[in-house]
Design a protein around this ligand. Structure first.
Ligand code: NI
Ligand code: MN
Length: 225
């Protein structure tokens, strides 16, 4: 399975003919590594409706016909926006595909979409290519990360570390300890002044206090897991 970091909280996971695009905030994203018009996902999965996650979802899905997975209220808004293949799970729900699955798990955050729909933020547990990727979404540190990690042994955790809008790098070290993933890719930092942080210090602290390996990707870089 290949992981392509597109900047901020946006990633593409790909295996064989399947590409799962997560939180495609590209237009207006100062760290975007690609143009939204150049992406051709099979599925778009959203953690929540904030603009820096919802991003270019509607234009990409309209152009490509990609299936969109988003929590119920957000899915309703996306259907109203004219998308015809929208799946609408709620927390705890899993959407199965022939290539794997997307499950919504809790995240502690707030959210309102650009269109004004209040929606509950989520983390995403994605099964693809025999691997489990956990995108934490935007979240504060909370104890049930341990339960999520116990329920779903995680190969790669995509972890917000920027602080201010989410947990900071110090809380994120504890989050990694609770989840127990094999590998960690930090995200949601450096995009804006308020979320600039020391990613090297995060990597050093995680690797000295847990068994996880931290892979720091610059926007546009890839990692094979
Ligand atoms: Ni957010
Ligand atoms: Mn965010």
């Amino acid at each position: 399975m290949n992981i392509h970091y597109l900047g901020h909280a946006a990633f593409e996971l790909s295996h064989d003919a399947t590409t799962v695009l997560i939180d495609p905030f590209l237009t207006g994203n100062p760290s975007a590594a690609v143009n939204a018009d150049d992406l051709a996902p099979t599925v778009i999965a959203l953690t929540h409706g904030h603009g820096d996650h919802y991003g270019d979802t509607v234009s990409i899905a309209k152009r490509t016909g990609a299936t969109v997975v988003a929590i119920t209220e957000l899915a309703g808004e996306l259907s109203d926006a004219g998308l015809d293949d929208v799946r609408d799970p709620n927390l705890g729900g899993t959407v199965d595909f022939d290539w794997g699955s997307v499950k919504l798990v809790p995240a502690w955050h707030t959210s309102m979409s650009p269109g004004g729909t209040v929606n509950t933020p989520a983390g995403l547990i994605i099964r693809l290519g025999g691997k489990t990727v956990y995108h934490l979404g935007d979240t504060a540190l909370f104890g049930d990360l341990e339960l999520i990690g116990r329920r779903h042994p995680v190969d790669v955790a995509l972890v917000c570390i920027g602080g201010h809008y989410t947990m900071d790098r110090h809380d994120a070290v504890e989050a990694v300890r609770l989840i127990g993933p094999r590998q960690v890719i930090p995200c949601h930092y450096g995009t804006f002044p308020a979320i600039i942080t020391d990613v090297g210090a995060f990597k050093a602290e995680v690797e000295s206090s847990t068994d996880a390996e931290v892979i720091v990707l610059s926007p546009g870089e890839r990692h094979s897991s």
